[in-house]
Design a binder for this molecule. Structure first.
Ligand code: ADP
Length: 483
């Protein structure tokens, strides 16, 4: 099949979260299955700087903007995967993040930027731009590409479309004024299209108009049919539930594997777990903590937002740190959470280390150096860090929600006896559950080291590679194309 994979970020070119890891690895797994899959991204300045040998495919003339828009083509780094970039310096040549300025505020013209991107993607999809290629199927991801299925629906003869929800909490909502600047069909401003409680919703373009919907874990696929998780979209999702499936994200083990990871202090594998120890010492040193092997070292990495439950870690800290436990955190986001974390490390200098910022090498070192990994998320569509943690033998402590529930087996007596346990699962995202599961982890670590090691081995042997998930997408694409 000819497949166009549409995303607003892809690792290693540009990344703010899990979508980038998926967009940088799923297309490669599908290509390995023999498909002509191509990736399309906005041509952010930082991507253009990293790319050599880009060729111009076409100059596009799009409504709304008189600014030049050019479709460029090259190969995704380190691969033969063809990649298109929508180059429009007026919209995409900016410092900082794809979505926010250097102060963390949304770019005021985000609606225009991603409408322009969506229009360019639609032109390529309809075969009017690249004379040599047209997709049979367009796979869109998150609100930034939500306009594409809506625009495609205007064409009677069009490629099939799939829309993947990576996080329903980000919907791309804009005022009527912004909508009116986009020169879209008036019919898009209606409840059965993209209007949502008097706002224009990019994500609804995908949810209403794509042929099939997916989300990134089976549990999240059922959770979002309920009001607690649906951010107001449960009615619509229930209506589309026969077209909605959950496919767990995979891990790119070329990037995240402790036996080959060049970003960590000492490489190791399931058969040589003792080689993990130098990573712990290095991590303790980096954060100025006492270098001790016998203390339980907890790690946390993530965007500092309410979803991830960092506030629960802070609220449970007095309880947790009354035990022989150290904690290192890496994250950026909400200013109040940043300062609370910094305060915590000032209060417990021998037990807590905090790094505020985005730091890919440090993320790898935390995965390798910590004994256990905290992910007390309130909801988690898939979550990747718990999957990385499993491979690094860093036992995840997670909430029973979304992809966390689908990937971590709690250290219950039964699961321990059967050798299936891979982590510690909190029944609820609250301080009591977090404190209790951390205490259980500390007891196991300190009092039953053999059981801990055997759990590490089980965790490291889990296979969450892309193969199975890529085949699930392939089967869905076939259904969509032949429908
Ligand atoms: P989300 O997409 O909701 O942010 P995921 O767990 O799916 O969460 O993916 C997050 C990805 O971003 C992981 O690869 C994680 O290591 C990375 N990440 C998040 N915050 C940071 C940070 N401050 N520094 C380095 N990597 C980070």
């Amino acid at each position: 099949m000819n497949i166009l994979f549409v995303a607003s970020e892809a690792h290693p070119l540009i990344k703010t979260g899990g979508l980038a890891d998926v967009a940088g690895s799923l297309p490669l797994a599908l290509r390995a299955l023999g498909h002509d899959i191509r990736l399309i991204l906005p041509g952010y300045a930082s991507i253009l700087e990293q790319m050599d040998g880009l060729q111009t495919v076409a100059t596009l003339s799009l409504p709304v903007t008189t600014a030049p828009v050019t479709l460029l083509r090259g190969n995704f780094p380190g691969s033969e995967l063809p990649m298109y970039l929508v180059d429009s310096p007026e919209y995409f040549a900016r410092p900082g993040n794809p979505y926010v300025d250097t102060d963390g505020n949304d770019w005021p013209d985000n609606a225009l930027r991603f409408a322009l991107f969506g229009r360019a993607v639609t032109s390529l999809s309809m075969g009017t731009v690249d004379p040599d290629w047209q997709p049979d199927l367009v796979h869109c991801n998150d609100w930034q590409s939500g306009l594409v299925p809506a625009l495609l629906s205007q064409h009677p003869k069009r490629p099939a479309s799939v829309f993947t929800i990576h996080n329903l909490a980000y919907q791309g909502l804009f005022s009527w004024n912004k909508f009116s600047e986009l020169a879209l069909p008036e019919s898009f401003w209606s409840a059965d299209s993209m209007e949502f409680y008097d706002q224009f919703s990019f994500i609804k373009g995908g949810l209403i108009h794509a042929d099939y919907l997916t989300t990134v874990s089976p549990t999240y696929a059922s959770e979002i049919l309920r009001p607690e998780f649906s951010c107001g979209l449960d009615g619509l999702l229930q209506h589309r539930s026969t077209d909605l499936t959950g496919i767990l994200n995979g891990v790119d083990y070329q990037v995240w594997s402790p036996d080959t990871d060049s970003l960590i202090n000492s490489q190791y594998e399931a058969t040589s777990p003792q080689n993990k120890a130098p990573n712990k010492a290095a991590l303790q040193q980096m954060f100025g903590l006492p270098v001790r092997d016998d203390v339980l070292l907890l790690g946390h990495i993530g965007r500092l937002v309410e979803q991830k439950g960092v506030d629960l870690i802070i609220d449970a800290a007095d309880d947790i740190l009354a035990q022989d436990i150290q904690l290192v955190t890496l994250g950026t986001g909400n200013a109040a959470l940043q300062s609370r974390l910094q305060k915590l490390s000032a209060q417990y200098p021998r037990q807590v280390g905090t790094h505020i910022g985005y730091n890919e090498p440090l993320a790898h070192q935390i995965e390798a150096g910590a004994d256990a990994f905290l992910m007390p998320s309130r909801f988690e569509p898939c979550g990747l860090n718990q999957l990385y943690s499993l491979r690094y033998g860093t036992l995840p402590i997670v909430t029973h929600t979304g992809g966390l529930a689908d990937s971590v087996v709690d250290a219950s007596d039964d699961a321990m006896a059967d050798g299936r346990a891979t982590g510690f699962v909190m029944p609820h995202a609250d301080v009591t559950s977090l404190s209790a599961r951390v205490t259980a982890a500390a007891e196991l670590f300190q009092q039953r080291p053999k059981s801990w090691k055997s759990m590490m081995r089980t965790a490291m042997q889990q296979d969450f590679g892309w193969d199975r998930s890529a085949r699930a997408y392939e089967a869905l694409y076939r259904k969509a194309v032949t429908a």
